[in-house]
Design a protein around this ligand. Structure first.
Ligand code: ADP
Length: 437
């Protein structure tokens, strides 16, 4: 009897253990199915059959999983549709969810922020560096409707300016909270132009104010005391007034030249020009000036450079500005070499001196308007700070490039290129050019 009871208990225990194991396994499968969002085994699959409530639980779970999958599909379909509609817009569009995670960023936005290629599902604050924008997002969420705002984004060492509008959107997936849709318009160029215009106006005012106040001061002194003033003093005062009037005049002339060059119609009058003749007569003229009497100016040109289709007056102005600088900023007895050669289908002209050179930190700015390395020296020599800007504009109008190479204590070389466009007129042979010089 005892053995019988023991055997029955053992069998019962074995069944109970198997039941536990089966249910444990089933629960594990259930968790796995929910995690992977894959329906549980269907009835006909081996091992699917489980007694009692388990089958009801399995069917309910399967239904839920299928429903969630359908909802997700519908949601991603709606997002894909939205993406397709907004993707081709020229304006940048950005959609963020309630946690500021990016749900959509169209092509235009990705081209404004090229570094943010894979920004989907990332948090806004990690991708776009702008405290002002994050404040704007919060303000849009808080309502009432926010007006358009100009916002600055820092991208490395650059700033990007965007005009932003934000609208609240009901989540497409029925989730809690609100999404925000932003339309962003790139206004970086406008902002930069505004900055340039502001700097320009303040530079011009500054440049005009100095000579004008000097002239005003001397004239007031002359008006008050010219009757009892020693003759030499009066002459000195008048000469100072004349010098500053000339300075004002050069400044206005350079400003007018620049504004003409920057206008829609810069008045380029291109004609068949022999560069060799142009440079020879300019250098002869400069050699005759008192300021050049103690400089050694040499000139060499590749005879293969034929007639060129350029504006001779403007090319003369470029070379005159460069030679003028070489004379102004190098000490007496310095050497100035002017050369022109053919290089990769272009004519390259170089004005080189062995003067003090330009510090490396100033080189990137040297063609900017009103940029001077040594302000005092430039003003003392009658410089306006606009000469190299004018050079750059004229070269660019001719389709060429301009650059500078310089080493402190060794000298400076300014280069510019002109495309070797064939002139309409018959080109003269190099020997003819040589004999004419
Ligand atoms: P500026 O009227 O002052 O000469 P530019 O635009 O012609 O104005 O030149 C800008 C600055 O570049 C000058 O003020 C001068 O400091 C520097 N510079 C130009 N050419 C030379 C040169 N050959 N050697 C040294 N410095 C130069």
């Amino acid at each position: 009897m005892f053995y019988l009871i023991t055997a029955a208990l053992a069998i019962g225990l074995a069944f109970a253990l198997k039941w536990c194991r089966d249910h444990q396994q089933a629960v594990r499968r259930l968790c796995q199915a929910i995690n992977e969002q894959q329906p549980l085994l269907s009835d006909d699959e081996p091992g699917a059959k489980m007694p009692g409530d388990w089958d009801r639980l399995r069917s309910a779970t399967n239904e839920l999983i299928t429903e969630v999958a359908q909802l997700q599909q519908a949601r991603s379909g709606q997002l894909a549709q939205l993406e397709a509609t907004l993707g081709s817009l020229q304006e940048a569009v950005l959609l963020v969810d309630a946690e500021n995670r990016i749900l959509l960023a169209n092509q235009a936005l990705q081209s404004i922020f090229p570094r943010a290629k894979d920004i989907l599902h990332q948090r806004l604050e990690i991708v776009l560096h702008s405290v002002a924008f994050l404040n704007f997002v919060e303000a849009v969420r808080a309502g009432p409707a926010q007006p358009q705002q100009e916002l600055e984004f820092v991208e490395g060492s650059d700033s990007i300016w965007l005009e932003a509008t934000g609208t609240l959107v009901t989540p497409l997936n029925g989730a809690r909270g609100t999404w925000v849709l932003f339309v962003l318009h790139d206004i970086t160029k406008q902002k930069k132009l505004e900055g340039i215009r502001r700097d320009f106006v303040s530079n011009v005012s500054h440049e005009l104010r100095t000579p004008l106040s000097i002239i005003k001061g001397y004239i007031e002194t002359l008006v008050d005391g010219h009757r009892d003033m020693p003759l030499e003093d009066r002459d000195r005062f008048l000469q100072t007034i004349q010098r500053h009037t000339e300075r004002l005049n050069s400044l206005l002339e350079d400003l007018l030249a620049l504004s003409r060059l920057e206008s829609i119609n810069p008045g380029l009058r291109c004609e068949s020009t022999a560069l060799a003749d142009l440079l020879t007569s300019l250098i002869d003229d400069i050699r005759g000036r008192t300021v050049a009497s103690e400089h050694v100016i040499s000139f060499a040109i590749d005879p293969a450079i034929g007639l060129m289709l350029v504006d001779p007056l403007k090319i003369t102005q470029i070379c005159e500005n460069l030679l003028d600088n070489a004379l102004k900023y190098t000490p007496r007895g310095s050497r100035i070499e002017v050369s022109a050669r053919l290089r990769s289908g272009e004519t390259e002209v170089c004005v080189r001196d062995n003067g003090p050179g330009i510090p490396a930190t100033d080189l990137p700015h040297i063609f900017e308007r009103f940029y001077r390395v040594d302000k005092g020296r430039s003003r003392e020599k009658g410089g306006t700070g606009l000469g190299l800007s004018i050079v750059k504009h004229i070269v660019q109008l001719h389709g060429g490039r301009v650059w500078v190479e310089s080493e402190l204590g060794k000298g400076t070389a300014f280069f510019f290129t002109l495309p070797q466009r064939a002139s309409q007129e018959k080109e003269r042979k190099p020997e003819e050019q040589k004999s004419e010089r």
